[in-house]
Design a protein around this ligand. Structure first.
Ligand code: AMP
Ligand code: MN
Ligand code: MN
Ligand code: MN
Length: 283
């Protein structure tokens, strides 16, 4: 337990704890540094800062940005998540997130329309009820949860496997910022760009290596270390790439509360000797 968690979600997006409850749990877990990184929104950051005032814990501003990149050779576009941390001048990023939120809201409608063709009913209003009627907060987690609540699938994972993941009938890509734009805007906002969960995109090993190299070329700052639940060979591959491209490392659990009960807050991988933690650069 290192006392640092730089990738977490609240119920502003697809976590289940309020920002306030997240802080309380973080303090109970013995964390001294916490970043809230909800999907395409920083709406929880002020809330969590306020809650944290009562405790001895450092809150880092954060957001997990839905981004995309492509390989010139294949012209295929892939989704990628970039965690932005410690923005000192967040305005450029906040402006970009307003557009990301509109895209997110529109995409949720499109997904529900495609789902209607698969299951014969429109679940959009039920999905919307899970996010207090705010469509720009809808994630595929909420859609999966609604499909479980309606008895159409038995588990959220089944909703992804049957309908929601890439290649399935209700998949809609998130057509927002490119990887280059994302990193540029994070830097304009004086924050750090972190490549989130590099080995969780269903990419071939070749494409993972290409992505990390591209991220480094575009001046990305740090790569998240894979959790210990992933194969040791996966961790070794990331360690080698981090060293080769002189990248820093970040550690985050990707905590989602009861939506992913197997992920424990603060349960983060231990950096290897010599790896530079992005948290050492926090202001
Ligand atoms: P979205 O940003 O709307 O595409 O939703 C992404 C969220 O859905 C991720 O942060 C995960 O929490 C969840 N998710 C994505 N892919 C899967 C998957 N294959 N199985 C389970 N959950 C997933
Ligand atoms: Mn999520
Ligand atoms: Mn993610
Ligand atoms: Mn996440």
């Amino acid at each position: 337990m290192q006392g640092i968690d730089l990738h977490t979600h609240s119920n502003i997006s697809d976590g289940t704890l309020s920002p306030d409850a997240l802080v309380t749990l973080a303090v109970e877990c013995g964390l001294h540094t916490l970043a809230l990184t909800d999907h395409d929104t920083m709406d929880g950051v002020d809330l969590i800062r306020k809650s944290a005032q009562a405790y001895d814990i450092k809150i880092i501003s954060g957001v997990e940005i839905s981004s995309q990149w492509s390989r010139p050779a294949t012209k295929k576009t892939y989704g990628v998540h970039i965690v932005a941390l410690d923005m000192q001048q967040p305005e450029p990023l906040l402006d970009a997130l307003e557009i990301q939120k509109k895209i997110r809201a529109e995409r949720a409608k499109q997904i529900c329309q495609l789902l209607q063709g698969c299951i014969g009913q429109d679940i959009y209003q039920d999905v919307l009820a899970l996010v207090d009627g705010e469509p720009d907060r809808i994630t595929r987690t909420h859609i999966a949860k609604t499909l479980v609540n309606k008895g159409i699938v038995s588990r959220p994972q089944q909703a992804f496997d049957r309908f929601l993941k890439e290649g399935k009938r209700a998949f809609v890509k998130f057509d927002g910022l490119s990887l280059a734009e994302t990193i540029q805007i994070i830097h304009q906002s004086q924050g750090y760009a972190v490549l989130a969960h590099p080995t969780r995109y269903d990419l071939s090993a070749t494409n993972v290596r290409y992505l990390i190299e591209l991220f480094a070329q575009l001046q990305g700052d740090a790569v998240e270390l894979p959790p210990s639940s992933e194969a040791l060979s996966t961790r070794h591959m990331v360690d080698r790439m981090v060293e080769q491209f002189n990248l820093k490392v970040s550690i985050g659990s990707d905590f989602h509360g009861d939506n992913m009960p197997w992920i424990k807050l603060g349960n983060t991988p231990v950096p290897k000797a010599g790896q530079q933690g992005i948290w050492n650069a926090f202001r």
